[in-house]
Each structure stands twice: as C-alpha cells, then as structure tokens.
Write a protein that binds this ligand. Structure first.
Ligand code: GLY
Length: 323
C-alpha cells in the first residue's frame, strides 16, 4: 500500500463511532514482553506450555496451538478433546479454530476421533484454500494428513454418559462445569504479534450434529493484529447470536479497553438472550498494548494470565454475583 493510501485508511479507522483508535492505543498502558491469556483453571498448564514455546523461539501461532493441545490431550478434562463429554447419542464430537496475526484462520467442527482438533484447524488454514471443514470431510482430511484415529470416549465419560442417559438428563446449560469449559487462549509475542485458539467438546448431551460458537470465527474467537484478540466460553448459542468475540475486538478497535469491551458484550447478551440468567458466558480479551480484560454472566469464571514471568489464575468479575 502506498503511503497516501495507508494514511487514508488509518485515518478512516481512527474515527469510527467518534472514537480515535490510534489515540486510544496511545493512551493504553503498554505492557512489555510476551503475554498469554486463557480461560478457566486449565489455562494454567496451557499458558505454561504456550509460554515455553515462545521461549524456545516458536511463533505466536505455535504458542497458541501447543498451549491448547495440552488440554485437548488431557483425558481428565471432560470439556475438551479426548475425554470430552459425548452428545446425546454417545459420540464425542469436537469443535476448534485458530487464527494468526495475518488474519488467516482455520476451523473444524463436528470432528470425531481426532485428539487435537485445533491442529487439524491449523493444517486447513496453512495447507488448503479453505477456512473450515466439518464432520466426515474434516476427519478424512485429518487422516490424510497423518493425524491418528483414536477413541475419544474414556471409561469415565462413558460411565457419566450412561448415567445421564438412564436419568434422561438432556442437554442443558451447566454453569461453570468443574471450573473449566471451552479453552480459549490468546497471546501476544515479544514482537507484538497476536494469535488465538479455541477448542471444545461442546455442550454435554447436545443433539448429534450440534456445533457451538467455538469453531466459528468471530464467535468463539477473533484476532485482529491491528487491535487485539478475544475468546469466549460458555453457552455457545448466546455467543453465536451476538458474534461475541468479533464484537469484543470491534469494541476495542473503537476505543474500549479490553475490560470495557468484555463487559459491554456480556451486558448485550444479557439484554438479548432470553434465558441469560441460567447460562454462563465468559470472555477474555487482550489488546495490542498488552492490556487484558475478562467478564462473565455468572460468578465463578476464572482465567489464567501469563505475563512478566508470572502465570496466575484470576477470578473474573461478573454480571451476577451468585456463586
Ligand atoms: N462454548 C462451547 C459450546 O457451546 O459448544
């Protein structure tokens, strides 16, 4: 882009909705060094791995992928990857996506038998002309590309599924499932570049074929390297209906801090989603300057923040104070 066109495009960006994007970033409290931010207590081991990848010279994309891989491969986590809770027919079906600093993205939905769906999403992003593959097509792509076919249903989740089936407990919002849920992880490397990843087994006992927010670019995850990155967790339908993560990034573009942006979208969901009092939805956000934010509907949401050599689990603020 020549310098005049670039100046014009930045000027246009900077005046949307009366906020000055460039001025807003100028005012932000800059945090130096790499930052990794992720959802729930499973964010702690994910952040550790993600940070290690950066220290070993990996890219910010490697960092977000390898970080969430740790949780996908943990059979004791029943909301992500292997060991994830099955749908109402007893199938473990996984959703995931990934996005890098060049606005490239990859996504898989309704993927069965593959332990690390986010890595399949990355291969789609890097090796095909497409963004998203689903179901059998996604599985065949993964197998052709060297991913191993595995049984994702563990003894533990099979037993839990049989019990729920016997009790005819259908899919319903579960608030703060065992203090974890979908893992969303966003990061900024030492060069200031952003990336994000999001991965889940979705809502327990969901209808066979149901896809939530997590593999949908703009809903479960969004990254804009000029602005910031955001990820969502919780009841995916409410996030989908409000294009949650893209909205958080857009609000940051228009001058909100990450905290203000997360609060605004959670408030919007509460206004527009009829059953909002009975669901959990949480967002995390990171801007280009390294400021972070998080907010949820219900109390009990936590997030892990790795910055300045410390990896800490932080309790999120929330709209309702009920836990
Ligand atoms: N947020 C995960 C899902 O609703 O599937």
């Amino acid at each position: 882009m020549n310098s005049r066109r670039r100046f014009l495009s930045l000027s246009t960006l900077g005046t949307v909705s009366g906020f000055s994007t460039l001025k807003a970033f100028g005012q932000a409290k800059r945090v130096d060094g790499p930052i990794v931010l992720s959802t729930w207590n499973s964010g702690i081991p994910a952040n550790n791995r993600a940070f290690q990848v950066l220290q070993e010279g990996g890219s910010v994309l490697d960092c977000v992928e390898k970080g969430v891989n740790v949780i996908e491969s943990d059979p004791n986590n029943r909301t992500v990857g292997i060991g994830g809770f099955p749908d109402e027919e007893g199938h473990v079906t996984l959703d995931a996506c990934i996005m890098d600093e060049r606005q490239r993205c990859g996504s898989v939905a309704f993927l069965q038998h593959i332990e690390n769906p986010v890595s399949v999403a990355r291969r789609i992003m890097e090796d095909t002309k497409h963004v998203m593959l689903v179901g059998e097509g996604a599985l065949n792509f993964a197998l052709r590309n060297g991913f191993e076919k595995k049984v994702l249903l563990t003894e533990k989740t099979l037993t839990a599924w049989k019990k729920r089936k016997a009790e005819a407990i259908a899919s319903q919002p579960e608030i703060n499932v065992e203090n974890h849920d979908t893992i969303g992880l966003v990061a900024r490397n030492a060069d200031g570049n952003l990336a994000g990843a999001c991965t889940t087994s979705g809502v327990a006992m969901k209808l066979h074929g149901r896809v939530g927010d997590s593999p949908i670019i703009g809903a479960g995850l969004y990254v804009d390297n000029d602005v910031g990155a955001a990820a969502a967790t919780g009841w995916g339908e409410a996030v989908l209906e409000n294009a949650g993560s893209a909205m958080v990034v857009e609000l940051m573009r228009h001058g909100r801090t990450p905290q203000q942006a997360c609060e605004e979208i959670v408030n919007r969901i509460a206004k527009k989603f009829e059953n909002w009092r009975n669901i959990q939805v949480g967002f995390i956000a990171l801007n280009k300057a390294g400021e972070i934010g998080a907010f949820a509907i219900q109390s009990g949401f936590s997030y892990a923040h790795h910055s300045g050599g410390k990896n800490q689990l932080i309790k999120s603020t929330s709209l309702l104070n009920n836990a």
